[in-house]
Design a protein around this ligand. Structure first.
Ligand code: TXA
Ligand code: MG
Length: 337
């Protein structure tokens, strides 16, 4: 049985969550990016349960959540100057840094790599839970593998009821897409997965930034971030991503590809033009689009349709992260002309 907790800052709830985590049980909790499905990061047995509940490939490593910098000492080593600067600038926040791990981190967390992704969330509930439990928490996004990340409690309940011990309801996720994942490679901060912390943000702090070649394409073989190899963020229906900077051309392209059983997810500005249309917010409000997108994909998928057409956004700032997710949602089915 899964217990649903509408979180209040009460020791009663924190004790229950702590006891479950210390007993190697699974707890779904909110963060500012997306919900995480969490377990004791120091226990191989607990971490195995995450892989099982999600149906996740075992070569895809998990990130570990902390609530204070003291926790880093036990689980990471050899932090260099650039890494320290990134920590100081972006933690707590929607940011994950890949660091050299110690042997306190079980091999299944890191999928046998010698590194571990570290994230210090800025969500109050997440921080309280980790701080009170006083152990690092391994947590991937709360979704069945290959499905859109969980940002809404209803979607999460549907997928995980009776597969986890506790679901902590903290309302809809603020940001809505997962953290920026960065690894410092040859002294250059390299973005393995784009997110709310943009390349410009990192450049401002370090003076240099690189974006991994694979963010808009399908990665194969040995890649810096194993997650890039897999089908991801995908509804059951077929999806096409369409983008053109010229809105009239964009509308023509959508007209060309839609059929009678199509639903379109796009900007508020184009809502009046099409039938069966779900608006993700104004074209230029990337924060709102990122907040809405995963939930809308699930909503579209529930309708009786055979095609979802998604309007793309400009690949700039947070738009890089949105397009990185949507290109994968559409299984690289991306049209610009
Ligand atoms: O915002 C987030 O990051 C959310 C919340 C819950 O914190 N978590 C999340 O975890 O998105 P997950 O497992 O869905 O995505 C983690 C990504 C995967 O693509 C994984 O391959 C990559 O980070 N990753 C984890 N550890 C890594 C490592 N040691 N080296 C390279 N990539 C790693
Ligand atoms: Mg995920």
């Amino acid at each position: 049985m899964t217990k649903i907790i509408y979180y209040k800052n009460k020791t009663k709830y924190l004790d229950l969550i702590k006891n479950n985590l210390l007993n190697n049980n699974l707890v779904i909790f909110p963060t500012e990016t997306v919900y995480g499905i969490g377990a004791n990061a120091l226990s191989k047995e607990a971490v195995n349960k995450i892989f099982k509940a999600k149906g996740r490939q075992t070569d895809n490593p998990l990130i570990v959540h902390i609530s204070n910098f003291d926790m880093l000492k036990n689980i990471t080593t050899d932090i260099n100057e650039i890494e320290q600067k990134l920590i100081d600038a972006f933690m707590p926040g929607p940011f994950t840094l890949i660091l050299k791990k110690t042997n306190k981190i079980p091999t299944n967390v890191s999928a046998n790599l010698d590194t571990v992704g570290i994230r210090f969330p800025d969500n109050e509930i997440a921080r309280k839970i980790i701080e009170y439990t006083n152990i690092p928490i391994a947590a991937p996004s709360a979704n069945i593998s290959s499905k859109p990340s969980g940002t809404n409690i209803k979607d999460i309940k549907k997928e995980f009821k009776n597969k986890v011990n506790i679901i902590v309801d903290g309302g809809p996720s603020k940001i809505g897409i997962e953290s920026t994942v960065v690894k410092v490679i040859d002294d250059i901060p390299t973005i393995l997965r784009p997110g709310k912390i943009t390349p410009e943000d990192i450049k401002e702090v370090i003076g240099i930034v690189k974006i991994d070649d694979n963010i808009y394409k399908k990665a194969t073989g040995i890649v810096a971030s194993p997650g890039m190899k897999y089908k991801h963020y995908a509804p059951d229906a077929k999806c096409i991503l369409i983008y053109n900077e010229d809105n009239n051309k964009l509308i023509k392209l959508i007209d060309k590809h839609k059929n009678k059983k199509t639903i379109i997810i796009g900007c508020e500005e184009n809502k009046k033009i099409f039938k069966n249309y779900l608006s993700y917010g104004n074209k230029n409000n990337l924060d709102k689009i990122s907040h809405n997108i995963f939930h809308l994909l699930r909503k579209a998928d529930k309708k009786n349709i055979d095609l979802i057409i998604i309007e793309g956004v400009k690949k700039e700032g947070l738009g890089i992260a949105i397009m990185n997710r949507l290109i994968r949602t559409c299984n690289y089915n991306y049209i610009e002309k």
